[in-house]
Design a binder for this molecule. Structure first.
Ligand code: SF4
Length: 255
């Protein structure tokens, strides 16, 4: 399912409360540096030669400003989070730093109570602009879904970024971030998928410990994924994994 607009919602989010989405990516196609087997936007398009029609900074500013001006105060004040999400990885937008600055200025003017959140797959943390942008944002939610490189490749299906780079950058980001992790099991392309085995989870815990994030968010499948043979991890089990993180002295929430 693709977002058809730049401003989406507000919707109720399990993790973020009342969330107003900002989709900086094209509205016609998904664009991501991962091809996660559980992605709600579906699989990436195979044709990488198509030029990506990013929405311009100006167009994004004006869409959000228009929403703010045409929405009554009560509804605006009910927004808990203005959330960069949508049809892929938002930090791939070449003007993400300026767009983040624009969104923060509109937040300050129209919805001062709202946090600004970004859901990122952590593949672009090497870029200086992205690094700066993520440090301006109240809630940088950095994704890591595996303990081993093998499981990372099976679950995230990265276009290029290697697992060690992702881990090193998340650890470097440190306590300013929130880590977001999808736990799941099943089978895809003849390979067993399970990021909850002792080996996987212990190695994952090592990254969490070395990062010492503000919080860890654990969740499992919520909608039908593009890979057909995946199984949701129950809330009760998520809670048990959250407990292992709390034992490190780190806040963890199971959704
Ligand atoms: S990082 Fe997000 S948008 Fe990209 S493939 Fe994974 S779930 Fe989909």
């Amino acid at each position: 399912m693709l977002f058809e607009n730049i401003v989406v919602g507000p919707i109720h989010s399990r993790r973020l409360g009342t969330s107003l989405g900002v989709n900086v990516l094209p509205t016609e196609k998904k664009y991501c540096s991962f091809n996660c087997i559980y992605c709600e936007c579906g699989w990436n398009e195979v044709d990488t030669k198509v030029k990506v029609p990013f929405n311009s900074r100006e167009k994004i500013f004006s869409a959000l400003q228009q929403w703010c001006k045409t929405t009554d105060t009560q509804q605006r004040r009910a927004v808990d989070s203005i959330t960069f999400s949508g049809n892929g990885e938002p930090t791939l937008h070449p003007d993400i730093l300026h767009i983040v600055e624009d969104v923060i200025s509109l937040r300050n003017e129209y919805m001062p109570q709202a946090k600004v959140t970004i859901l990122t797959n952590s593949t672009t943390l090497d870029k200086e602009d992205v690094w700066k942008a993520l440090h301006l944002i109240d809630n940088p939610l950095l994704k890591i879904d595996a303990g081993t490189k093998r499981m990372y490749n099976l679950i995230s299906k990265p276009v290029s970024t290697d697992f060690q780079t992702i881990k090193d950058n998340i650890i470097r980001f440190g306590s300013d971030c929130v880590i977001q992790t999808m736990l799941l099991r099943g089978e895809n392309d003849g390979q067993i998928i399970d990021n909850t085995t002792d080996e996987e989870f212990n190695l994952y815990l090592d990254t969490v410990k070395r990062t010492s994030p503000r919080e860890v968010m654990l969740y499992s499948l919520d909608r039908i994924p593009p890979a057909k043979n995946l199984v949701k991890v129950s809330k009760q089990e998520l809670e048990q994994y959250a407990q292992k993180i709390r034992a490190l002295g780190i806040k963890a929430t199971a959704y």
